[in-house]
Design a protein around this ligand. Sequence first.
Ligand SMILES: [Fe+2]
Length: 279
Amino acid sequence: MQVTPLQGAGAEITGVDIRHLTPGEFAAVRQAYADHGVIFFRDQSLSEDDHIAFARRFGPININRFFQAHERFPEIALVLKEKEQKTNIGGGWHTDHSYDAEPAMGSVLVARQLPDAGGDTWFASMYAAYDTLDASTKAEIADLQAVHSARHIFGSAPDNHYKANRDTDSRIGNAAAADVLEDVTHPVVIAHPLSGKKALYVNPAFTTRIEGYTDQASHELLARLYAHAMNPAHAHRFKWQPGSVAFWDNRATWHWAMNDYHGERRLMHRITIEGCALN
Ligand SMILES: [Fe+2]
């Protein structure tokens, strides 16, 4: 088994069948995940049961409240775009579940049906985003908290992210659960629960403001942090192939699903693993 760091973010792990990890391989995979924030495997052949078993080795499974589930395996959320649909899921920089008090650790995404071309996923390292900030910005954000919500993304308001795009109705649901979500706060800079390294923990989808800042000051700081974090030097564009698996950590990365394959069907199976409170 070999771990190869990738340009920008993440690492590719080769020479391993993730259905049959030895205890030593499992420990090395877990370490690579903590170190790099996202790890990629190629040429795997996972059944749904294999996918669930792999994810469970890392923690309890979180059943997503908003995504369409696999009809036989409720642990598996479908990330689907039909050929006649125009809107994809996750088509902007974000990290999943920051709207929860204990955000999910991460997800294992398995490619099931891919377009002939396109449908890549970008991943950005929030370790690198933090490390490359200038000293005065690091000092400014050291003790700040940010507010996160999913109401404007998954809620029932007609102008929310998905309701504004009617063709996602069958894929994103349970708006009533989003409507009653309480805002949560997390530190702007977290000590990563697995690695101990500092990571930037705000994102353009779910972070709504900096606690204690005016609207304008909050907007200005978040815009500045996002512009910095979006630097392609901190990111890797992952090209999916049959058998590809990506396993990302929500506390150490952002991701962005490219929506450049209209007229073709793309189906991914996602399993999300529970996380913990952040500080
Ligand atoms: Fe996502």
